[in-house]
Design a protein around this ligand. Structure first.
Ligand code: HEM
Ligand code: HEM
Length: 170
């Protein structure tokens, strides 16, 4: 659904989703599986799967909520190419977040089936790691873009970020 007016502020729920996911993602990366043999531990394995499924469901809810109720804060007069790049980075982060969890769940499924080493699970692990590394790249680009907007003082930063606000959005 396309909404016709740009935001000066994201809703409280949108901000909660955005910043909640930043924390969830950091947690996911910090507690990452360092070695596939860790999955032998049943409690660890079950926790990893529950975390991943919860993450995926919340991501789906966030995506539907954002696409149906919120719009970007990028000013209307921004060059078209910049708007397109912003869309690619935002949607790309959704796809890559989903892809990280989905490929992680696929590793878990193969492991559960007894396919614990070899070509197939090796490929899925490589894909899982590749997706995460592309995601890091997107997140860095996203943060640089946010800082650029903060310096430009066009309201994009303050519509989502609760600190270092521009005066007019205090
Ligand atoms: C794990 C890290 C992050 C991810 C995955 C992420 C993802 C996203 C996504 C998908 C959007 C589009 C709106 C939405 O659908 O929620 C967004 C908007 C935004 N994010 Fe982030 N974000 C991250 C971290 C940050 C950080 C650290 C900052 C600032 C320091 C930031 C600043 C913003 C701003 C200003 C917007 C509004 C952009 C606009 O309206 O076009 N984000 N973020
Ligand atoms: C939110 C979900 C997840 C996040 C954020 C995440 C994050 C990560 C990260 C950051 C790495 C290291 C990548 C690298 O070194 O380049 C990794 C590797 C890995 N992850 Fe995940 N992961 C998630 C879900 C899962 C799930 C559900 C499983 C399986 C049950 C899994 C299994 C693995 C395995 C086997 C590796 C490779 C470990 C090795 O190097 O031997 N991940 N994950």
């Amino acid at each position: 659904m396309s909404l016709d007016k740009n935001n000066s502020q994201y809703s409280k729920i949108a901000k909660l989703f955005h910043w909640g996911f930043v924390l969830l993602f950091i947690y996911g990366v910090v507690k990452q599986v360092d070695d596939i043999n860790q999955l032998e531990d049943n409690i660890f394995f079950r926790f990893e799967i529950i975390f991943a499924i919860t993450f995926l469901l919340l991501l789906l809810i966030r995506f539907v909520y954002m696409k149906t109720t919120q719009n970007t804060s990028i000013p209307e007069d921004t060059p078209k190419i910049q708007k397109i790049i912003a869309k690619i980075v935002h949607n790309g982060m959704y796809i890559l977040l989903g892809g990280t969890v989905f490929s992680g769940l696929l590793i878990g499924f193969l492991y559960w089936l007894g396919i614990k080493n070899g070509f197939l699970i090796g490929v899925v692990i490589t894909v899982h790691e590749l997706i995460i590394n592309i995601l890091y790249f997107f997140i860095i680009a996203h943060i640089i873009a946010a800082i650029y907007h903060r310096l430009k003082k066009d309201g994009v930063w303050s519509s989502m970020v609760p600190f270092f606000k521009e005066n007019r959005f205090k």
